[in-house]
Design a protein around this ligand. Structure first.
Ligand code: PHB
Length: 391
């Protein structure tokens, strides 16, 4: 070896030691695919911040492995999601895929997860049937039936008799419409009209005019995270709040990320969901404080907590497998895992690979000058009802 090549070798060794992610057998890559741009960019921003906070708090070493978080922007386009998923498993040897801001994006990655035998941890998308599309899908977000059926039950118990439903016209909206509507009608309520608004560039004004004409007791709404402020502003512009029409829904519409922007128009809205930044537990208080500190005061929403828990699930699974990062071993370790999340107690249903969690009924209130979804009732340990009948 010449002096020159030996200097090169020393330099290369130093480089590898300094960046274990480069060529370290011990590294475990988590490929996180998110919409960082486009109409669901708020989901990407929240999820990335949630995953990074977990890494910051727990360090990048678990069970002797070095965790590498590779965040990729799919811009909300399913063909890009699929290409990124392929690339992450083939070239980066990702041990897990994570993220997926919208249902079609989670579906696009499913065949890759199956073929590569790599867990696909869905931390955002919430159409109930997603987990049936690959035996390697595990979910830490929620399902629309999980939140919509309890909302209907609350409405029935609180004097609401006539409801118009408005949902975004794709998977999760169809789930919300069905599970709210069927539960409400079974309990003796009436759905006056079922309205579906387009996902792309929604203008709710004409639909809200129909609501005004129908004069229901309440409007039940589902819009995906990031679209709540458009809906709420138009609801107030149409004067529906003054007309005494109650606003109920899943918690996506009063998203913690958008509440400040929505403003007082949100006051009094009652929603059912699995996470509120106002959730009263020591774990959540610590989570919210650390998240706000790390992100210039940004408040975490339900997307952030699902990504944080997605990372937690990977760490716990690696501990259980003693560092075996092969897909089938990780998947087996994830099934049945239970832990305390900032949202409360959670577990992964070993049969369906969906998350089992509390659903909270909340009302938007002003506390210390800021708007929050204040939880006032808890339905414990809710399984996805869509799958409950099948298993
Ligand atoms: C979905 O596309 O599955 C989805 C996205 C955002 C939500 C809920 C569901 O808030």
């Amino acid at each position: 070896m010449t002096a020159r090549t030996s200097t090169l070798c020393v330099a290369l060794a130093a480089l590898l030691a300094a960046s274990p992610a480069l060529a370290d057998d011990n590294s475990v890559t988590i490929g996180m695919i998110l919409p960082m741009t486009g109409p669901s960019a708020s989901t990407g921003k929240q999820e990335k911040a949630g995953a990074e906070l977990y890494l910051q708090q727990h360090g990048d070493t678990v069970a002797g492995k070095t965790i590498v978080l590779a965040v990729k922007d799919d811009t909300g386009a399913a063909d890009v999601t699929k290409r990124l998923a392929q690339d992450l498993v083939a070239n980066d040897h990702a041990a897990a895929l994570m993220g997926f801001g919208l249902t079609p994006l989670a579906l696009a990655a499913a065949p890759i997860a199956t073929e590569a035998k790599v867990p696909e941890i869905v931390t955002a998308a919430a159409t109930a049937s997603i987990t049936e599309k690959s035996p390697f899908i595990v979910r830490t977000s929620f399902t629309l039936p999980q939140a919509s059926a309890p909302m209907a039950q609350w409405a029935l118990n609180n004097g609401v008799k006539k409801v118009v439903t408005i949902v975004t016209d794709y998977g999760p909206g169809v789930d919300a419409e069905k599970w709210f509507g069927e539960t409400f009608e079974k309990g003796g309520g009436t759905i006056v009209e079922r309205i579906r608004a387009p996902l792309k560039n929604p203008d709710f004004a004409p639909f809200l005019q129909r609501v005004a004409d129908d004069k229901p007791d309440a409007v039940f709404v589902f819009v995906p995270s990031g679209f709540g402020s458009v809906f709420m502003k138009q609801f107030v512009e149409r004067g529906l709040d003054k007309a005494g029409v109650k606003l109920i829904g899943t918690g996506d519409v009063t998203d913690d990320d958008q509440l400040a922007d929505i403003g007082d128009a949100a006051l009094g809205a009652v929603t059912a969901h699995h996470y509120s930044a106002a959730h009263d537990s020591p774990e959540n208080k610590a989570f919210v404080a650390a998240f706000e500190k790390a992100n210039a005061g940004m408040r975490p929403n339900f997307m952030a907590v699902a990504a944080y828990d997605g990372m937690d699930l990977v760490y716990r699974a690696l501990e259980k497998t003693k560092g075996d990062a092969s897909g089938p071993a990780l998947l087996a370790a994830m099934k049945g895992m239970s832990w305390t999340s900032p949202r409360g107690p959670v577990s992964i249903d070993p049969e369906t690979r969906d998350i089992v969690q509390n659903i909270y009924v909340r009302k938007v209130e002003k506390t210390d000058g800021a708007l929050y979804n204040v939880e006032f009732a808890t339905i414990p340990d809710v399984k996805d009802p869509y799958k409950a009948g099948k298993h």
